[in-house]
Structure formats: C-alpha cells, structure tokens
Design a protein around this ligand. Structure first.
Ligand code: ADE
Ligand code: ZN
Length: 348
C-alpha cells in the first residue's frame, strides 16, 4: 500500500508523545564507536559498518545481546548526556513534544558505573532540552527481568535518593521464562512509593503475561502487548479499562514478532477500541525514530486520517502528564487535525 502524500505529511507533523523508547536503544553506531575510542572500551566489531551489519536480528534475545554490548561504551555523565541530547534532537525533528523515556540502570551499575552518573547525565540533558527545545519529558526506571527480583529491589533502593528524577518503573529485557509474577513484590513496593507502573508484556511472551502484568503487577500501561490479540476477552478488557498498549511497529518487524507489518495486530486492536499508541522502542537498532514508525504502520495497514488523529491523541492520553498539561497537548492535537491542510500538502 502506498501512503497518500497529504496523510504522510500530517502524520509527520502532528504533535505526538513518545511513551516507549529505551535511551540505550538510541545509541547510534557512530556514537558507539566514538565513545568506545574515547573510553578505551574494546568492541567485538571492527567498524561502524561491521556493527551495522550485525543488526540482522532473529528474535528479541539476538537483539538484546548486541544492545547490551553497545551500551558497554557508556561510562561518564557526559556520555549519558550526549546520547540523550542526540535522541532529543531526533525526537524534536519528528514533532515529539513529550517523551517518557526508559533507562536500564542495571546495564550500567553491573559494569561499575554508579547510578548517579547514569541519572545525572540523562536528566541534565533533559533539563537542557526543556529550555532549549520546549521538550517535555520524564524518566521511567526499568528493571532487567533476566536478573533476580532481589537485584531489582537493590536497584530501586539505590535509585531512591533520586526519586524526584523519575516518575515510574518498568520491566524489560528477555520476556520468555521471566514472567511478571517474578517481580510481584518489587512492583508492590514501587506502588507504595507512588511510582507509576508499566511493563513489557506480550511482545514475545503470551497474552497471559499481559493479563498477569495487569492483575499481579498492577501496571497502568503495557509495553508492546501485541499478543493480546490472541485472547479476545483480554482485548475487550483492555478496551473497557482504557489500558494503553505502547506499540513499536519497526521493532516488531525487526525482531520477527510480525516480520510482515501487513499482519500486525495494531490495526485490529485499534478497531476493537484499544488505546493503541505508536513508538520507536530502540530506534538506532530498528531503522527509525518516531516518524519512521508511524510511516511504516500507515504504509502497511489500512489506517486513515481519523486513525492518525486518534493515535496522536492516544499518545498524550496514555501519558503520565498532569491533567492540565495533558489537556493542553490534546487541544493542540485537535487543532492540528481540524485545521485544513496547507495547499502544498493537499495537492501533493
Ligand atoms: N530492552 C530494549 N528493548 C527491548 C524490547 N523491545 N523488549 C524487551 N526489552 C528491551
Ligand atoms: Zn521496549
């Protein structure tokens, strides 16, 4: 399917919120090599090209192995700052107005990088982005689910002195064999602390993991969740309870969840009334940032301008922004979609 030029223009230009991006997944190969040289970290790849060639993933684990190797070059506050600022600039170019950004402290503390280096570097960049680009953002601390719950507890404890720098916790890494219930107690503790809760579920794992993330972890949003489509009662529940699924089309394609995007469940989920949102996940690894993901979805699936408006609204609706800011962004989205197309775009 070819995407109508005027609609393509609209989806690129609409104000949008990014709710599913791993900051370590925005590390471009050029920056990986620059930091490796500067920090004298040895990489198992001879060049930027050789690294890029290794981005031929067969499943989630084949990606995670390379993603953790890439993140091993991050050592100093400046490294985290530069990575974050590079992401912000790309997001701004795609008309992302607000981002809720995942970071994986255990990937760094395991290598001896203190958690304050990670948090200070990322949050200093986001503070600068707020004034320089009027870019709104918050951070979500993710636990690596292939590690133990005890390790997650220790990470939460170590992060608590910086409680004001993040709004929630998430759960990522290898889904198969690491079900939501493994982290029941640490999520309960985070809930007591007033943190927002999200979790990756139903990416490679079954629809049951989506149900368990809701019932056991009590998460407010599900990251990916595309396999919910296998359980019609769950789809109905997601729609009824207005639970957002933060869907990442290019990620799902590259990790072979949906090798052909024309088969992707997002259109069916949207039609069933589920609050679907579109995001980039690990854009440096999967071939594109926000607009590339939106374009890929609209090219592959019979999505309309009304869907574009809805997806943009959903992204702010599902955010953890305070009500007043949410309302302001939603008004901006509505104004954008209700305005006539500029002449050049409408005749293109
Ligand atoms: N960490 C970074 N990207 C991820 C993904 N798509 N699934 C699980 N963990 C991740
Ligand atoms: Zn993810």
């Amino acid at each position: 399917m070819t995407l109508d030029a005027a609609l393509a223009d609209r989806i690129r230009q609409t104000p949008k919120a990014e709710l599913h991006v791993h900051i370590e997944g925005t590390l471009e190969p050029e920056l990986i090599f620059r930091l490796a040289q500067h920090n004298k970290v040895k990489l198992p790849y001879a060049s930027v090209e050789a690294l890029r060639e290794a981005y031929a993933f067969t499943d989630l684990q084949s990606f995670l192995d390379i993603y953790y190797a890439g993140a091993s070059v991050l050592l100093t506050e400046d490294d985290f700052f530069d990575m974050t600022m590079a992401y912000v600039q790309r997001a701004v170019a795609d008309n992302v107005r607000h981002a809720e950004i995942f970071f994986d402290p255990q990937t760094h503390t395991e290598r001896g990088v203190p958690i304050h280096v990670v948090i200070d570097g990322i949050s200093d960049a986001l503070a600068q982005a707020r004034t320089q680009y009027d870019f709104s953002s918050s951070l979500i601390l993710c636990f690596l689910r292939h590690l133990s719950e005890e390790d997650a507890f220790a990470t939460l404890e170590a992060a608590l002195p910086y409680r004001d720098r993040f709004v929630g916790i998430g759960l990522d890494s290898s889904e198969q064999g690491n079900p939501p219930e493994k982290f029941a107690r640490v999520f309960a503790r985070a809930r007591e602390l007033g943190l927002h809760l999200v979790a990756h579920a139903g990416e490679e794992g079954p629809a049951q993991y989506v149900t368990d993330a809701l019932d056991i972890l009590k998460v407010e949003r599900i990251d990916h969740g595309v396999r919910a489509i296998d359980d019609p009662a769950l789809v109905e529940r997601l729609a009824r309870e207005r639970v957002a699924l933060t869907v990442c089309p290019l990620s799902n394609q590259k990790l072979k969840v949906y090798p052909d995007l024309r088969d992707h469940s997002l259109h069916r989920l949207l039609e069933a009334g589920v609050l679907v949102t579109l995001h980039s996940d690990d854009p440096a690894y999967f071939g594109g940032y926000m607009n590339a993901n939106w374009e890929a979805a609209f090219e592959a699936l019979p999505l309309t301008a009304a869907d574009g408006h809805k997806l943009a609204r959903n992204s702010f609706e599902a955010s953890f922004l305070p009500a007043s800011q949410k309302t302001a962004f939603l008004a901006e989205v509505d104004h954008f979609w209700q305005s006539p197309l500029p002449a050049a775009a409408s005749t293109a």
